[in-house]
Write a protein that binds this ligand. Sequence first.
Ligand code: MG
Length: 387
Amino acid sequence: MKRVAVLGSTGSIGTSTLEVIASHPDKLQLVGVAARSRADILVRQLDQFRPKLVAMWEEEKARELQRLTGRRPILVGMEGLIQLATHPDVDIVVVATSGRDALIPLVQAIQAGKQIALASKELLVMAGELIMRLAREHGVSLVPIDSEHAALFQCLQGIPKDRVSRLVITGSGGPFWGVPPSQRHAATRAQVLSHPKWQMGPKITVDSATLMNKGLEVIEARWLFDVPVERIQIVIHPEAVVHGLIELVDGSVLAQMSPCDMRLPIQYALSFPERWESRLPRLSLTQLSALHFLAPDLEQFPCLRLALDAAAAAGSACVVLNGANDAAVQGYLQDEVPFAEIPRVIAETLEQHTPILHPTLDEVLAVDAWSRTVAETLLRKPSCHVV
Ligand code: MG
């Protein structure tokens, strides 16, 4: 029996993770859950799974949860997340929080020797070099949940690293692929938030509409698989059937295909190194339409270019990219900035930064905080409000 703690249990990946756990009661046990503020969903999860450990990021929400359930203790804030992620009763930590809050809990979970299933790509974008070095030092397996990286991870099993010539990450192109700029700039919130293939949380859905998500995924893959950025290719694949491909030195290409359902990569990350049966939807090859693969358009999607430039620069540029993007997307979601201004806020923040090549954890956190402050100031600049 593997004992699982889920950081971010009420989000999109978190709730899917709990479904996977419920479908394997003989193999998986939920021993801990942590959420930011959704006490209502957490009440139902506690009722269904009765985990031993509960953590809530916001103190007021922790008190509300206590009122609703009579449960105590409820772990609170950063200290609570760390206690949950390093608890002796936990074998696997699923990191599925949005944003950066789980960075220190992740680092400490690795240092405590926990197996990691990682959905939060931002943490690898910010501190991938450091996280992967720690994972190697502590002999910890870190399995990605992000669908493209889960695909690459599966294709790479049993392949010596020096036999791989290229990694290919696919992306559906989001809601605005092939849409003229004028229509894209006038898009409503509903259009930005309606992804053609995946049901996800609001932050990653906006990142998918700007294609920043693919850029973040290149940086994520660079650290996860220790492959230089120039050997990672992005391909737009609107049907979203092939999630990732690897090309070997002899020219052979291996791909992973499956329906768009995050429960598959989640289950694989939890079962690794085994592979378990599932009742998930199957791919019907004879019902597939034609599959298309297209080069991404960096002119139409400036966020992708910014991400690839930061990826090439590496170091703290990626921290700034991530922090400024997060601030700009939150600004957009709160109506502080139009959709078309997101790349400008990120670009101007990057311009003000003096890069550090191999930042320490403290430097990562400091640069992250700095980039958010700068980006938030830029969001309020009147020039940003001109569409
Ligand atoms: Mg992905």
